[in-house]
Design a protein around this ligand. Structure first.
Ligand SMILES: NC(=O)c1ccc[n+]([C@@H]2O[C@H](COP(=O)([O-])OP(=O)(O)OC[C@H]3O[C@@H](n4cnc5c(N)ncnc54)[C@H](O)[C@@H]3O)[C@@H](O)[C@H]2O)c1
Ligand SMILES: [Zn+2]
Length: 364
């Protein structure tokens, strides 16, 4: 077991963490509640229970999987169950699942009786390197992603990459987009490694080293700015456009596009904007565009839909005084935040990425 101590929670790596950190699960704990979705239940629950057989008694809450279920209705299911079992302030919540479960479970138990403790056991790559570790919890509301939420750090996080064995290629690639982001915003050597892997068409291997490296990058940023007053905003690189595309696909087209897939597109668009705003070079943009689009499928967007996607950006949490604010690249491996971007550039960026096939796209 390796340990990464952060000021807010401790992160344990490896399958021996369960038994070695038995106390984390048991000490001063009254009721134990496990939150899963139907897919993490199928793929991860038995294994998890076999590792924590010392727990004896626990309650399971099983929710339908998927981003569309990260909402107030599923929170109500959780709160009702907590009331039914008479959960008190010493109850402990285990979020066993991907980012949807850790975001939703983290939020639901943080506001129940003004806060129950929780432990995250992320079962997707995205959950391990991002969603489960930064203290952000949230649900979606009225078609807006993560609109209702709060900062609250888990009591502990257990990273066990055995869970990745059952994860689909699509979900692995989704998580990998966040690793690409870490390279682009703050670690040029990581970007170079990624570039090599993709160019040589090497199988991506999700070792503890790679995962720990990614977590360390995120943590080093959060330590300086846990509540996203400034620097932490750089973690949103690619997300202003990415989130808008993700929301638009779910809520307007009723189609799912993974978080990482939309982030990959967002990163290319926002790299182009960085280039046009004279921060990165044309060569750097072209490299980013080429490398990322080798790994992810193209999507189709209709001309008439672009304004709807931009409407989603108007609700981005980084905005100030109704202005859309971006985190952009100053160079590869270094980023800045709070950059206001002209609407014309945002629209045009959709045309510049290899990953979007524009249909009936009018020239600007
Ligand atoms: N809080 C944060 O800081 C933060 C950061 C990044 C993303 N997020 C949120 O995370 C969510 C995306 O996370 P995600 O990609 O993990 O989504 P997810 O939780 O929907 O998981 C993706 C799919 O994989 C399934 N799954 C989970 N574990 C599995 C396993 N071991 N084997 C097979 N299938 C498994 C899930 O049931 C789901 O169908 C979004 O809601 C996003 O907003 C939050
Ligand atoms: Zn993300």
């Amino acid at each position: 077991m390796k340990i990464l101590n952060t000021p807010y929670s401790v992160i344990y790596f490896g399958e021996d963490s369960y038994i070695k950190k038995k106390n984390l699960f048991l000490k001063n704990v009254s009721k134990k509640i496990l939150l899963v979705d139907n897919i993490s239940k199928k793929n991860c629950l038995n294994y998890f229970l076999s590792k924590i057989d010392f727990l004896k008694k626990y309650y399971i809450i099983n929710l339908p999987s998927g981003e569309e279920n990260k909402n107030i209705e599923t929170c109500k299911v959780i709160w009702k169950k907590l009331l039914d079992i008479n959960a008190d302030r010493k109850s402990l919540f285990f979020n066993l699942g991907g980012g949807v479960i850790t975001d939703l479970g983290g939020f639901a138990c943080s506001v129940f009786k003004r806060g129950l403790n929780f432990i995250n056991i992320p079962t997707t790559l995205l959950g391990m390197i991002d969603a489960s570790i930064g203290g952000k919890t949230a649900i979606n509301f009225l078609s807006l992603k993560n609109e209702i939420g709060l900062f609250n750090f888990p009591k502990g996080v257990i990273i066990d990459n055995n869970f990745l064995k059952t994860l689909s290629e699509n979900d692995l690639k989704s998580g990998f987009a966040e690793i690409i982001k870490y390279g682009l915003i703050s670690d040029i050597n990581l970007w170079k490694k990624i570039k090599n892997l993709i160019l040589k068409k090497k199988k991506l291997i999700y070792s503890y080293n790679l995962i720990r490296n990614a977590i360390k990058i995120k943590n080093s940023i959060i330590e300086k700015d846990p509540l996203e007053k400034g620097l932490r905003k750089i973690l949103n690189f690619g997300h202003t456009i990415g989130h808008a595309i993700e929301s638009y696909f779910i809520y307007n087209l009723n189609k799912k596009i993974s978080h990482g897939h939309s982030l990959a597109i967002g990163m290319i668009c926002e790299s182009w904007i960085s280039y046009k705003m004279k921060m990165i070079t044309k060569k750097e943009f072209e490299e980013i565009n080429m490398i990322i689009s080798l790994l992810y499928d193209n999507i189709k967007i209709y001309n008439s839909h672009i304004s709807k996607i931009i409407d989603f950006m108007k609700h981005d949490k980084k905005n100030e005084n109704n202005k859309i604010k971006f985190s952009l690249l100053k160079k590869i491996g270094y980023s800045i935040f709070n950059k206001e971007v002209d609407l014309f550039l945002i629209k045009k960026s959709f045309k510049k990425t290899n990953m979007i096939n524009l249909i009936n796209f009018n020239k600007f």
